[in-house]
Write a protein that binds this ligand. Sequence first.
Ligand SMILES: Cc1ncc(COP(=O)(O)O)c(C=O)c1O
Length: 380
Amino acid sequence: MNGRTLTSGAWVEIDLNAIANNVRQIKKRLPSKTRFMAVVKANAYGHGSVPVASAALGAGADWLGVATVNEGIELREGGIQAPILILGLSHRDFAEDIVKWDLAGTICTEDEAKALSDAGIKYGKVAQVHLKVDTGMGRIGLRSHEVIPFLMRLRGMDLTALNIDGIFTHFATADEEDKSYTFKQFETFQRVIAEAHFKGFDFRLHHAANSAAALYLPQTAMDMVRVGISLYGLFPENEFNLIPALQFKTHVAHIKTLPIKESISYGRKYIADDAIKVATLSAGYADGYSRSLSNRGEVIINGSIVPVIGNICMDQCMVKVPNDLPVAVGDEAILIGSQGVAEITANDVANKIGTISYEVVSGISSRVKRVYYNGRRSDL
Ligand SMILES: Cc1ncc(COP(=O)(O)O)c(C=O)c1O
């Protein structure tokens, strides 16, 4: 793809066939009855929610997961009709929108249950919800011992337009080598489900597994897996035939030779130790290219990996170009992606600045244009 014609700033290229491939590769490893929820919150981890959701559904995903009501509405407005679960809690203020837009909410209080049922009555629908159980993430949800008393209290309320369609929990350490805590969480969750069943509470959908659990602990797959990071091909790297879907790119905007001892950028954190060739790129921290990559980041230009020098600015950054590397204004510079044998992954960027690939890709800002294409189909 020739970036020169696309945009004057940074852009992201997303391979929708990679998304489809990743759904199929993960599904292959799961029991056939297990539904696949494509987690497309945070603008599909920066990849663009509607196109990614469409590609994932086309490849066999059954559900979509988002963090907020607004993200669910964005999918509906984009023409998506599949079931959508809001993974964050459904505060009563959101109840009407949840019902109006046929979203499924997540609850753990009577207040949320009542507001959703009332909204169901108002719109002549049955509000669909999933119950969140905190088995060890320490975030949202009922602690395991609170579940049965909560369900008993709901039983005593007048909730004619509420259906608890599912019950779910979330793992804190499924991506770590030591799986013992995940097993403990899973056992707790199974115990809660059994106790609820004993008291006459049954749910259609039980779900717990995120990407790491779906791939490495398929015994936790239950009725549905909720797959985010692996959908985008970012975890694990080079396993299960997953393909990273995203490349983050910009252009060379300017080239200069900097004399010895001259400095680069704000704060003068880089001083040339010789006369050097410098290329200025049209991407900065306002695009989501973290300022923490100042004097540390690397970029691919014309097949070679070159270092970021000096502080990264809001809209621009500078790289040092070897004298023997031909570079021209307008050349593509790859911040995340590959060209020939040169590759910079989202994990490489994350490792340099002490974070995770999730933050790197979801932090690519909204001003960065998303460009979609259908790459080579590896799953055929
Ligand atoms: C509740 C819930 N389920 C599933 C996921 C997907 O996790 P992953 O991206 O690790 O697959 C997330 C993401 O953070 C989540 O919050």
